[in-house]
Design a protein around this ligand. Structure first.
Ligand SMILES: [Zn+2]
Length: 327
């Protein structure tokens, strides 16, 4: 185990925050409020841990932004939104009149996406479209972007997962640790860090590295759990994102914004992803609701999603998503 100072402000002064069920210690920095594991396992042990886990850790995750489940009409609406509002002119060759008709029909869906926050994953397409998916896992984010013209490569610490994803998705997957791997600077138009930053040993250095890999005005989509969420306050040690020793850092909107600013990013959009209702499910189960009823009833799930949406409106959502631009 190693003892560390705050990775965000360098402060060595911290207060006890939470003891996890498996006896890891989380502290809160007295300087900036960042929550992190201290002491923590050194990096070599962490890499071994991922290798030992093989495929199981990626299979548990729910595929929430895959295009597979979309019906054809939804795919057409999504492609039309990308064509009309995000510069994906290669997806359709519409005449001027068809475009006008499309604008009339598609604009309400575009507005819906902006209101619900779904638009945060949409990246404007400007030519080459080179994307790096850091911690790509099984490649659950790959089809969504590959199918609309992005040239994606991935980085994945587990050899078995890297090999399988490269084979299944038909993309290059570099097996290695993002924090130490050597990549050419200013070579990407976009970087995905979906559920990754909380696992890394040095998030500030990692985001600075992401910034150096991006071309100017390149986009980083960063998604991670919010320790300052209602779900955490309700569930504490039962909150699934505590996940020690996998999750070394726990950011809040405040500490995430500070981190991005110090890494050379400007935040264009900041939203809460409300589609994952597993935390609310767990809470209602804990207070006595029947788990089967919550999970199997479509109407209940819809209500929980609406509730989750409003929790996000009040800044209390459990999953933060940032669309940041390199400056
Ligand atoms: Zn700090």
């Amino acid at each position: 185990m190693e003892n560390i100072a705050c990775a965000l402000c360098g402060n060595k002064d911290s207060a006890h925050f939470l003891s996890t069920k498996n006896n890891f210690n989380l502290v809160k920095c007295n300087g900036c409020g960042l929550v992190f594991m201290n002491p923590r396992p050194p990096k070599e042990e962490q890499i071994d841990y991922y290798e030992g886990q093989d495929l199981s850790y990626v299979e548990e995750k729910k595929d929430i932004i895959s295009q597979k489940s979309f019906k054809k009409i939804n795919a057409w609406i999504n492609n039309s939104i990308l064509e009309l509002f995000y510069g994906y002119s290669h997806l359709a060759k519409s005449s001027f009149m068809i475009k006008i008709i499309k604008y009339i029909f598609i604009t309400p869906f575009f507005i819906r996406n902006v209101i619900t926050g779904k638009d945060i994953y949409s990246i404007a397409f400007k030519g080459e479209g080179k994307m790096l998916d850091i911690g790509c896992g099984k490649g659950r984010n790959v089809p969504k972007y590959k199918n609309i013209g992005w040239k994606i490569s991935g980085i994945e610490p587990s050899k078995a997962v890297a090999f399988k994803t490269s084979h299944d998705m038909g993309i290059e997957v570099i097996c290695g640790d993002f924090e130490t791997i050597d990549l050419s600077k200013k070579s990407f138009d976009a970087v995905l860090m979906i559920d990754v930053l909380e696992h890394l040993h040095n998030p500030l250095e990692s985001l600075k590295k992401v910034s150096s890999l991006l071309k100017t005005n390149g986009v980083a989509i960063v998604r991670l759990p919010n320790i300052d969420s209602l779900e955490f306050r309700l569930l504490k040690n039962d909150w699934r994102f505590i996940d020690a020793p996998n999750h070394l850092y726990h950011f809040s909107p405040q500490t995430l914004k500070k981190l991005l600013k110090e890494s050379g990013f400007k935040i264009r959009k900041f939203k809460f992803d409300f589609r994952d209702i597993s935390g609310l499910n767990r809470y209602f189960y804990k207070i006595g609701f029947n788990e089967k009823f919550i999970n199997s009833n479509k109407f209940v799930r819809k209500i929980l999603k609406v509730l989750n949406f409003f929790i996000g409106v009040f800044g209390q959502g459990s999953i933060m998503v940032v669309h940041a631009v390199k400056i």
